[in-house]
Design a protein around this ligand. Structure first.
Ligand SMILES: [Zn+2]
Length: 79
């Protein structure tokens, strides 16, 4: 019985005001906001995207290093 009452409460909360869900934890947030429920969730999303950027940077550095070694081998191999 308490379970059905909880479900009813959730359903009514959905109807109280127009809303979105937090992009990080999918909590209900006001419709006219930036889509995050707290500064923590906002920071988490920023941290994730900067981590992705760092991964790309690592791959670029690896690629440049391989190209550099390849050119070096070509130059040193042909005196
Ligand atoms: Zn959140």
């Amino acid at each position: 019985m308490s379970q059905s009452r909880k479900r009813y409460a959730d359903a009514s909360a959905e109807k109280i005001f127009p809303h979105k869900h937090c992009s990080t934890c999918s909590k209900i947030v006001p419709e006219f906001g930036d889509g995050y429920c707290s500064a923590q969730c906002r920071g988490y999303e920023k941290q994730k995207s900067s981590k992705d950027k760092r991964k790309w940077l690592t791959w670029i550095i690896v690629g440049v290093t391989i190209a550099f070694v390849f050119v070096l081998v070509l130059v040193l191999g042909n005196p």
